[in-house]
Write a protein that binds this ligand. Structure first.
Ligand code: PLP
Length: 430
């Protein structure tokens, strides 16, 4: 399949080129030229498929001919090698647990698919992946690319603003992964990455690519677990509604892409923290970017979601149609803490602060509309151990994967937040 730039529909590239570019010129997002539509009988057969089989069926139309069937099968077997269970938390309310991968967050799926695609598509070139992170993205991308031949990953993060356990997940890996602590904010890190992309003297010789949620090789594969959720939820009844804790809208727009292919989901709910741009847009039809507020659910601290153009594109810019299919609810930090305590008390289920917004929002929807409610648990509560322990007033047992990260040593370089220092660093890598 080809992909066009939402900013310039005449700019059309192959899947392979869209991955390599990351963004189209003028920061345009890539979007498939024809969203595939599956036969209704396909959805009935889903419960008979394994997760990799389902992934292969769903993704084939997007990645061919750049990846052939055998390569795609190899990639999905590598990427979808951990369980994604649907767990009943309360009657008719289910968590889709996306946190059983290497860094215990849903971003593992897209990041690993991106890494494996690059490995198969670029046999001769050395590709360098730049990623600015405030935590989760850096660890998913670094672990996805760890040891992948022909790639080098450079993770930029704001010095002193990322928890030690999070740093250990991307700044301790060595091999082809380099971490740089920038003496500045997350915005400074993003600015440095953007400057490198627009600097031809760096971009060309280094074969730079971007790994944030806008890359199609992260965005499209995320749609797979929506089919998987429906395949598992069907046996509990109909209709099915899905709630997605949202920040940059990468995750929920992947779900809406699945909806466009015919996936039988009645309704989508976007939950947010105090950064309520999306719920406000869904309520009023007006989009107003806001200054980011720091919250307990920090991976959703986004005031101007960068996948918003994809949301508009999915519905042909028809705002009333978006409002009919998607509802939004926002929660303050106080509410998030209350939801976590209440859910633990009633169900003995430990929510993470992001999933907590999803749980509350799907319950609100489910009580009014009935059917089966699914919310995405986007990260393991152990990733936010300090906050979760303080809120629930109890000790958490960390999963083995996190205990292993906790034992590692951080190896990061420190750089000032100016482009000339960063450019110097990059030049020394060539
Ligand atoms: C990234 C992230 C989100 C937000 O996902 P978007 O695709 O940016 O909307 C939600 N929860 C967790 C745990 C995340 O890491």
């Amino acid at each position: 399949m080809n992909f066009f730039s939402i900013k310039d529909p005449n700019h059309i590239v192959s899947f392979a080129q869209a991955i390599k570019d990351g963004l189209a010129p003028n920061q345009g997002l890539y979007y498939p030229t024809a969203v595939p539509v599956f036969d209704p009988s396909f959805f009935e057969t889903m419960p008979n498929l394994t997760l990799p089989q389902l992934a292969s069926k769903v993704l084939a139309p997007y990645v061919m001919p750049d990846l052939n069937q055998a390569t795609l099968d190899a990639i999905v077997n590598e990427v979808f090698d951990f369980p994604i269970p649907l767990v009943e938390v309360e009657k008719n309310v289910f968590a889709l647990e996306l946190f059983h991968g290497p860094t215990l967050a849903f971003k593992d799926i897209g990041a690993r698919f991106l890494a494996q695609s690059i490995r198969h598509l670029n046999k001769d070139l050395k590709i360098r992946v730049l990623v600015a992170t405030s935590g989760d993205t850096g660890s998913a991308v670094a672990n996805g690319f760890l040891g992948v031949e022909g790639t080098e990953v450079i993770v930029l993060y704001p010095k002193g603003k990322v928890s030690e356990l999070q740093q250990k997940q991307f700044a301790s890996l060595g091999q082809n992964i380099k971490a740089i602590a920038i003496e500045g904010t997350f915005d400074d890190c993003q600015r440095l990455v953007k400057s490198a992309f627009s600097d031809e003297s760096i971009n060309k010789p280094m074969n730079l690519t971007s790994a944030n949620s806008i890359n199609v090789a992260r965005w499209v594969p995320q749609s797979v677990y929506y089919y998987w959720a429906v395949a598992q939820a069907m046996k509990f009844g109909q209709p099915i509604s899905i709630c997605v804790p949202s920040g940059n809208l990468g995750n929920i727009t992947s779900g809406l892409l699945a909806l466009k292919t015919g996936l039988p989901v009645q309704h989508f709910v976007a939950s947010s923290n105090a950064n309520h741009v999306v719920p406000e847009f869904l309520r009023t039809g007006l989009y107003q970017a806001q200054t980011t507020i720091q919250t307990l659910a920090n991976a959703m601290d986004v005031g101007d979601p960068n996948n918003f153009p994809r949301l508009m594109q999915l519905f042909g810019h028809n705002v009333p149609e978006i409002q009919q299919k998607v509802t939004g609810f926002a929660y303050s930090d106080t509410q998030i803490a209350d939801i976590m305590r209440d859910c633990y008390k009633r169900n003995h289920y430990i929510l993470d602060p992001h999933g907590a917004t999803g749980f509350a929002a799907i319950k609100k929807h489910q009580i009014q509309h009935g059917g089966v409610g699914v919310f995405l648990e986007t990260a393991h509560p152990g990733k936010f151990v300090e906050n979760v322990e303080a809120i629930l007033e109890m000790k958490l047992t960390l999963p083995i994967k996190l205990q292993e990260f906790a034992k590692r040593t951080i190896k990061a370089e420190t750089l000032p937040a100016d482009y000339s220092s960063f450019k110097n660093f990059l030049t020394n890598l060539i």
